[in-house]
Ligand binder design. Structure first.
Ligand SMILES: *Cc1c(COP(=O)(O)O)cnc(C)c1O
Length: 324
């Protein structure tokens, strides 16, 4: 744990200040009534790239720029890739995003529109990843990992600071959990401010790599399957350096949700909160609606749900609302 310090988080905050949104923390009357306690939503959906990943990407790239590094590469086609592209442009850096030939054109276009170079390589995400590492090894690019990177974690941790400053009596924080960069960061900052804050991670049942790893006591592989919470898919890396240990240390509990529940969270956000959010971001709301957050925890005081991103396929969203 000592590898990350609160000073790192404050440094991250100074670096990203003015480049990312200090997001709103909104009280939810409906969810508060359902939960029987004050419920707040931390709306990372309002970031310019539609997810919190801009915080970690901006901090990591700004730190590299301070060291004179100007070329970065990633293989993420999702929110991390988008954030890297956006942050690189803002900082005047060169970004390459490696994608397999199977990635749909709209995703390629989204990254190109943000000024990053798309490198099409191979026919799978693994082959795209290998190309990213080759560029890093041979062409002077620095690979920026989506979660297992201390500057990324420190960037996500600024969410924890913002929550504790806006609502010092926060009793628990519910965080979507995949690779654990978001969870580790928020939990680290919040518990440094108040060690009694309960930290609850939420993943989908289908392919919860961190949950399986916590159960095994070491990073393990899980099969990646399709899920409404697509931003929560993927492994934590068998060579995980930081987020596994941090999550193990800081998580009070981890909740797993089925697809029906996640869908209900997306629909509730739309109908009751007037929010368009992606599946990964809906898991906190879904866990609360399904009574999956411990009542004892809820009795302790206000609960904050981190609503992590808005980037849902709009056709899928429409379908979920119509079928509701
Ligand atoms: C990446 C992502 C997560 C999970 O973050 P990790 O740091 O990988 O745990 C949750 N929600 C959204 C919208 C994301 O893009």
């Amino acid at each position: 744990m000592p590898v990350l310090s609160l000073a790192d988080v404050y440094r991250a905050r100074r670096r990203i200040d003015g480049r990312v949104t200090h997001t709103p923390l909104l009280a939810s009357a409906t969810l508060s009534r359902i939960a029987g306690t004050d419920v707040y939503l931390k709306l990372e959906t309002t970031q310019p790239t539609g997810s919190f990943k801009l915080r970690g990407a901006t901090n990591a790239l700004a730190e590299l720029a301070e060291r004179g590094i100007r070329k970065v590469v990633t293989a993420s086609t999702g929110n991390h890739g988008r954030a890297i592209a956006y942050a690189a442009r803002a900082l005047g850096m060169e970004a390459a995003v490696c994608m397999s030939a199977l990635v749909p054109k709209n995703k390629v276009d989204a990254v190109t529109a943000l000024g990053a170079r798309v490198v099409v390589a191979g026919k799978s995400q693994d082959e795209a990843q290998a190309e990213a590492l080759r560029l890093a090894g041979e062409e002077g690019f620095v690979f920026v990992a989506p979660f297992d990177n201390l500057n990324v974690i420190a960037g996500q941790a600024t969410i924890g600071l913002e929550i504790m400053e806006a609502l010092p009596d926060t009793a628990s924080i519910v965080v979507p959990l995949s690779g654990g960069g978001l969870f580790s960061g928020v939990a680290f900052a919040a518990k440094r401010v108040n060690a009694n804050v309960a930290m609850i991670g939420v993943s989908m049942e289908r392919g919860a790599a961190m949950h399986a790893s916590l159960a095994a006591g070491r990073p393990v592989l899980v099969d990646e399957v399709e899920t409404l919470a697509d931003s929560l898919g993927g492994g934590i890396g068998l060579d995980n350096e930081h987020t596994f240990a941090l999550t193990q240390e800081l998580a009070d509990s981890v909740v797993l949700l089925d697809e029906v529940s996640i869908g209900r969270g997306i629909v509730h956000a739309y109908q009751e909160e007037r929010l368009v959010i992606e599946g990964a971001a809906a898991v906190g709301i879904a866990a609360l609606l399904d009574g999956r957050i411990d009542r004892v925890v809820l009795k302790n005081g206000p609960v904050v749900l981190v609503v992590s991103g808005a980037n849902i396929d709009i056709g899928l969203h429409r379908r979920l609302i119509q079928e509701a």
